[in-house]
Design a protein around this ligand. Structure first.
Ligand code: FES
Ligand code: FES
Length: 199
């Protein structure tokens, strides 16, 4: 009895294969129809490179990138700004932290095309008129790094913290940089540096 339910004839298999073949040829047409029916106002980009204009460290910048390229890769590989580091490449370490419209962003998790028109600031643009940002100077003063791989992201997060909260408590500093990991364990020196910068 069970055999009747599960028995599949050679004819069934051939019929199924025929249907799959028909579907295989039909899919591209369906995709085209779906694209044609895309709501007005939506633009398809790519897969080739498209121009993306951003404000970058106070200047206008334009870069050609495929829509799949992250902001981090655009900065490092197309715009020669290698301060932001690719460490985990999945939003877990904060090594790639930059500011987008004044807010910290893990640039490995954002597409460059999504930063179009935004004001992007990287660690290279933190010093002003040849003078280090207070956080940068305090990092130097307090030796707040060892290998330095986390440092640019850490500095950007610390500077953003002080921008929003000029006098943070130790707990607020810890919470403010909770998304930035330092494998060398220089946290104590980093906390001291931020407290110094806040003064
Ligand atoms: S490299 Fe972006 S969060 Fe780690
Ligand atoms: S100084 Fe080495 S990871 Fe932070």
């Amino acid at each position: 009895m069970a055999d009747d339910k599960i028995r599949v004839s050679r004819r069934d298999i051939l019929r199924g294969a025929g249907a799959a073949a028909i579907l295989g040829t039909a899919l591209p047409a369906s995709a085209k129809e779906a694209a044609a029916k895309a709501p007005a106002g939506l633009t398809r980009h790519g897969p080739g490179a498209v121009p993306v204009s951003i404000g970058l460290n106070g200047k206008a910048a334009k870069v050609m990138v495929e829509p799949r390229v992250t902001l981090l890769d655009a900065l490092r590989d197309r715009l020669d700004l290698t301060g932001a580091k690719r460490i985990c490449d999945r939003g877990a370490c904060g090594g790639c932290t930059v500011w987008v419209n004044g807010k910290t962003v893990n640039s490995c998790t954002m597409l460059a095309i999504d930063a179009a028109g935004a004001d992007v600031r990287t660690v290279e643009g933190l010093a002003q008129n040849g003078k280090l940002h207070a956080v940068q100077a305090a990092f130097v003063e307090h030796d707040a790094l060892q290998c330095g791989f986390c440092t640019s992201g850490m500095v950007m997060s610390c500077a953003a913290l002080l921008k929003n909260n000029p006098k943070p408590t130790l707990d607020e500093i810890k919470a403010g940089i909770a998304g930035n990991l330092c494998r060398c364990g220089t946290y104590g020196h980093i906390f001291n540096a931020v407290q110094e910068a806040s003064r």
